[in-house]
Design a protein around this ligand. Structure first.
Ligand SMILES: NC(=O)c1ccc[n+]([C@@H]2O[C@H](COP(=O)([O-])OP(=O)(O)OC[C@H]3O[C@@H](n4cnc5c(N)ncnc54)[C@H](O)[C@@H]3O)[C@@H](O)[C@H]2O)c1
Ligand SMILES: O=C(O)C(=O)C[C@@H](O)[C@H](O)[C@H](O)COP(=O)(O)O
Ligand SMILES: [Zn+2]
Length: 356
């Protein structure tokens, strides 16, 4: 178990789905359980446990993946909450990957200006990142997570048994955020992830250690800076380019895959800005490729038009101030810094270095 500040616990273990209802704060009478389509069975068992505990469960299946993170889905759930008479002491439980926990958290954050949410992440990415730290939100066509709120959960319950059904490609995508934590804060993660077969094997002991280490990195950072006044920005390493890639693709890219390419982009940019050497750039590619993550950005159209679209999307990144782009960068492993307002020629050169 990892404590986030003085606020809540992240429970990590096998068979802990049974404990979810115990983490619903006292006073709740009604529970809205939102879940990804593939998690219907888990949602059913949590609903049964809620009924046995005297709560009234309402179960709502969400569209899969990024299709859950829309205003339409939020409106639908607000109506469910209204019609069921949810009050401020009632609660939401979100069961699924990061898309489900972002949407479930957002609905909890906005209903009556905030009701408790228990996050039950079922992907590696959800466990190490999305469900922890209180960032909730939805996408709009113009950009990723542009609407949202900081709303820390009442608890996060990570049942490692649920990872057994996770497709390998989604497990690998989650490794991007794990490796990100290695580059920004915990070099031991990079050593462990280098044994890629073990690191991506749900039956081996390396993956739980990687998950715990990455959660610890996130817990330490968000405990110190929940609202991203400064330090928390380091968790956004690789995300300026990644979110642009996701938006330009119509949210068809997996987030983790985009973060992998985004970290290579910012490494290439940082080298050109004189912050790091070629060796550290190569280390990014090696670490990501070892586990099967992409390190290049395929352009399936006009190269210049694509750059124009990506550059415009990067301007909508939340770290931008005025018209000045700001990147999280490194000066070395576990030595994050900021790269503010890099020259447009460097931005374009880094794109040319990652595109194929
Ligand atoms: N709030 C944050 O701090 C934060 C941090 C990182 C990422 N995110 C967000 O998280 C999202 C990405 O999360 P993700 O990678 O988990 O993607 P996802 O939620 O889209 O899940 C990926 C796929 O795995 C399936 N799935 C989930 N659990 C499963 C299981 N146990 N067995 C079988 N299939 C399963 C889902 O149905 C989906 O098809 C993005 O929207 C990203 O922006 C948020
Ligand atoms: O928790 C954070 O802070 C992060 O930046 C973690 C990221 O991995 C995550 O993708 C987050 O949702 C991005 O936040 P955003 O503020 O850039 O939308
Ligand atoms: Zn991310």
């Amino acid at each position: 178990m990892i404590r986030v500040g003085d606020d809540y616990d992240v429970v990590i273990g096998n068979g802990v789905l049974d404990q979810v209802v115990q983490h619903v704060p006292d006073g709740a009478q009604r529970i809205l359980i939102v879940h990804a389509p593939v998690l219907a069975e888990a949602a059913g068992s949590v609903a049964a446990a809620a009924s046995a505990a005297g709560l009234t469960p309402y179960v709502e299946e969400l569209p899969d993946a990024e299709a859950a993170k829309t205003a339409d889905v939020a409106v639908r759930l607000w109506s469910v909450l209204a019609q069921a008479g949810f009050t401020r002491t009632d609660a939401v439980i979100a069961i699924g990957g990061g898309a489900t926990t972002d949407l479930g958290g957002f609905v909890a954050a906005t209903w009556l200006r905030g009701v408790p949410v228990v996050q039950v992440p079922t992907t590696v990415l959800g466990m190490v990142d999305a469900a922890v730290g209180g960032k909730t939100g939805i996408n709009i066509p113009e950009g990723k997570n542009l609407v949202g709120s900081f709303h820390p959960p009442a608890a996060v319950v990570c049942d490692l048994d649920l990872l057994r059904t996770l497709p390998h490609t989604d497990l690998v995508a989650g490794m991007a955020e794990v490796i990100k934590c290695g580059f920004i804060a915990d070099p031991r993660i990079l050593e462990l992830a280098a044994d890629a077969d073990a690191a991506t094997d749900v039956a081996a002991s390396v993956l739980p250690e990687l998950i715990s280490r990455a959660v610890q990195v996130k817990a330490d950072v968000v405990s110190a800076d929940l609202r991203e006044a400064g330090l928390r920005e380091i968790l956004n390493y690789g995300h300026t380019f990644a979110h642009a890639v996701e938006q330009v693709s119509g949210f068809r890219w997996r987030h983790g895959d985009a973060v992998a390419v985004g970290m290579v982009y910012v490494a290439e940019l940082s080298r050109r800005a004189g912050l790091i050497d070629e060796e550290l750039v190569a280390q990014h590619r090696l670490a990501l490729q070892a586990v099967g993550l992409p390190t290049a950005y395929p352009v399936d159209g006009d190269v210049d038009e694509r750059w124009t679209a990506l550059r415009a999307a990067m301007g909508r990144d939340k770290k931008t101030r005025g018209s000045t782009l700001r990147f999280v960068a490194l000066t070395g492993i576990a030595q994050p810094t900021r790269l503010t307002g890099p020259d447009e020629r460097l931005l374009r050169a880094a794109y040319d270095a990652v595109r194929e």
